[in-house]
Ligand binder design. Sequence first.
Ligand SMILES: [Fe+2]
Length: 427
Amino acid sequence: MPAPENRYSMFSHSLDRIASTAYFLGAIVPLIALAFVVERYVLPNIDESRIIMGIIALVVSIAVLSLGSFLALRQSTRKSQRQMETDNARLQSLLKASSSLSSATDDSDATAATARCAFSLIGEGGAFVMIRGGSEPSLQLAHLAGDEPEKLFEDLEEPLRELADLVLRQERPAIRGIAEEAEKLSAVAVPIPGEFEPLGVLVVARRAASDEFESAQVDSLTTLAGLASVALRHLDLQDCQRNFFTHVTDILVSTLDQHLGFHSGHANRVARLANRIGRELGLEERRLERLHFASLLHDVGMLKLGPSHHKNPKACQKHAELGFRMLNRIRLWRDIAPFVHHHHEWYDGSGYPMGIKGEAIPLESRIIGFCDAFDSMASPSSYKQPLSWDEALREVDDCTGTQFDPDVTRAFKVLVDHGAIDPSFLS
Ligand SMILES: [Fe+2]
């Protein structure tokens, strides 16, 4: 498939060919025919030279008018094409920015993508994203992009900040000319809207003879500021959710430790070990985050079992199913519920609650299952008499392929061999 610019070029040439052909068939051919008819049949029958000259002048006038109309039409078409190409380039930039903003993982990513896109929309000078600093009303420069934008910002910091403050107060775009000693610069600023008040200001400055930016450029920057606003608010919401779940998980884990009354700190150690093994196995950050929460909450179902059941292995087995049901009811934890459900399945299928085996057990559950068992057998805080480090490693070898996934234990052994996991890890 040709690149967009090639497609426009092909379209432009094709339109040019069509216009030229239409002009040739619609104007040149009839004119030649008219000239032929006049020369062959009309002029021989007219004696008066004045009339002959008049007819020739008429034909020539028609030819000139027709050519003029054609050239004007072609110029107008080319102008429209150029405008269309410019609009399309802006649209492409906005689409690209929208894609970058939707995949941004933090505010820094989002403001960087916004600055890059703002610069590409104007194509010269520099773009500056200024964000309100938390409770601070003043704007902080978050990101900049362009031709030597640091120098441009340094030279123009005061007028740019004045313009940004004005836009922040007025909550609408503003354009300002900035006269320097040697050259004239102009800047446009648009607010980045927030729920109740602007989150910041997007400013673009360039060297130009006129103060005026095209209205289409200001509209594009306003659209970009709107996209940035959505991305920043979405990231803020994600941050709030993460914060909420981190604290709720902490509360649940502490409650569980007190409820069980033994092997305190087990959930945190399992989460730490699972994270190391998950990384060694190449899990991406989003999966590692889910693995972390599932590791912390793997025994949350025990909260549903009274203390009288804790010494009854058969009754305790219900905690996997109970934990699954507890988490599955919470929409934002639903994706980790299966990991908790299957953390006591064995690789050979002899575990519980479903008795599934091998790859049918989610990898996260296989990791948690191993870490849970290893911590229980080797940690000094274990509710049983803990094995020594070497005994625990031998137990891992003995249970690989039956209880434990060989890929998981292999990753674990690599970490042990490299000293990334040692006995201090379990204290
Ligand atoms: Fe468990």
